[in-house]
Write a protein that binds this ligand. Structure first.
Ligand code: DAH
Length: 369
């Protein structure tokens, strides 16, 4: 083992001299202060405090010093490294603070700006109207009933007292799924749901039944081969036309506004007896235009009333067809077009707008979910 190098002159290890250490430190402090961002500071840290920095390289020389000089040089180096580390840490936290506050100002969110909504599409106004109609009847204690769109002709016609030779049963009016002999049709009305409800349920029965129906019409401003109806049916002890009228008035008011009345006009449907057309008091002029020729009404053509649907007391033959005691029970029923109702309520003038599926039409009703 070799002894300490007693002939060594510390002054010759110039890298460890006070002057050169001071110089290295001041160079480092200058570079640290000049670092204007964290990336540069990282480079400065490597250059002035890394393994190959002047200070680290000088530090390696300590071992070569005589014992008397080691302590002093070690102390000097310790102070120098401490100064550099402290300056680096200080600058680093300054630069981090600066970066954080810059992010805060650059990424400020103005919560008062209008929301940029992503278009989610909208539910069709016919759908939401059907739901609203159901709600009106649910509030009166009715159940919502359903039936198939592909229906047996016995349910769509025969059970409803529409005889086999009735003109509605021709291929000019009805879509047959295969041939007229197949006995299967696309339902032409929601009235077959009445039959199904009476077959499936116990009396008393109170049901409302919206649904899609089909007729061989050409698509134009007032016709479409696929459209929607809503059917109402009540079967109970002691029902009269007054109950029917009260129900329709309430329905009309919930659709078209308080005070709107209905009028029943004698008519004929095979499944009701007596039968009536339901007229709606014009919700625009409220009948005023009849007596005021100077103020004509475009909505009702100054008639004061608008045809809305059909209704009547359920024909006892229909009750018997589904096995209900027609001596004991009486029923009332009504049916109207949903498209027509939407046209009245929202001023839609062309049915084609309702079937084309253009989102701009739907959007005009608001994006209901
Ligand atoms: N189903 C009839 C139609 O499509 C409408 C109708 C009339 C329904 C009278 C009824 C009713 O329930 O009682 O024209």
């Amino acid at each position: 083992m070799s002894g300490p190098n007693t002939s060594f002159d510390p002054k010759q290890v110039s890298a460890l001299s006070a002057e050169s250490v001071d110089f290295v430190v001041s160079e480092a402090l200058l570079a640290i202060r000049a670092a204007s961002d964290l990336v540069t500071l990282k480079e400065v840290r490597l250059a002035h405090a890394g393994d190959r920095s002047p200070l680290s390289l000088a530090n390696r020389e300590i071992g070569a010093l005589p014992p008397a000089a080691k302590a002093e040089a070690g102390k000097r180096m310790g102070i120098a490294r401490g100064q550099i580390k402290e300056a680096l840490d200080l600058r680093e936290s300054e630069l981090q603070d600066a970066r954080d506050s810059a992010v805060l100002t650059q990424e400020t969110v103005d919560v008062t700006l209008p929301v940029d909504r992503t278009a989610l599409g909208g539910r069709h106004p016919l759908t939401t109207l059907m739901e609203r109609i159901c709600d009106v009847f649910i509030a009166m204690g009715y159940d919502v009933a359903e039936g198939p769109e592909v229906e047996a002709d016995w349910v769509n016609f025969d059970a409803l007292n529409v005889p086999p030779d009735h003109p509605a049963r021709t291929m000019q009016d009805t879509f047959y799924v295969e041939s007229p002999e197949s006995g299967v049709v696309l339902r032409t009305q929601t009235s077959p749901i009445q039959i199904r409800a009476m077959l499936d349920r116990e009396v008393p029965i109170y049901v409302v039944a919206p649904g899609r129906v089909f007729r061989t019409d050409e698509l134009d401003a007032t016709h479409t081969p696929v459209f929607h109806q809503v059917e109402g049916l009540a079967v109970d002890v002691g029902l009269t036309m007054a109950d029917l009228k009260g129900t329709l008035d309430h329905f009309a008011q919930s659709m078209f506004g308080e005070g709107i009345r209905t009028r029943l006009r004698p008519s004929y449907f095979p499944f009701t007896e007596p039968s009536a057309e339901i007229d709606l008091q014009c919700f625009v002029c409220r009948g005023e235009s009849i007596n005021h020729p100077e103020k004509p009404c475009r909505t009702c053509g100054s008639e004061g009333w608008i045809e809305w649907g059909g209704c009547g007391m359920v024909n006892p033959r229909v009750l018997r067809a589904v096995g209900i005691d027609s001596e004991r029970y009486r029923g009332f029923a009504f049916g109207m077009g949903i498209e027509r109702t939407l046209m009245f309520r929202n001023g839609v003038t062309d049915m084609r707008d309702m079937v084309e599926g253009d989102i701009r039409f739907t959007r005009a009703f608001g994006l209901e979910s």
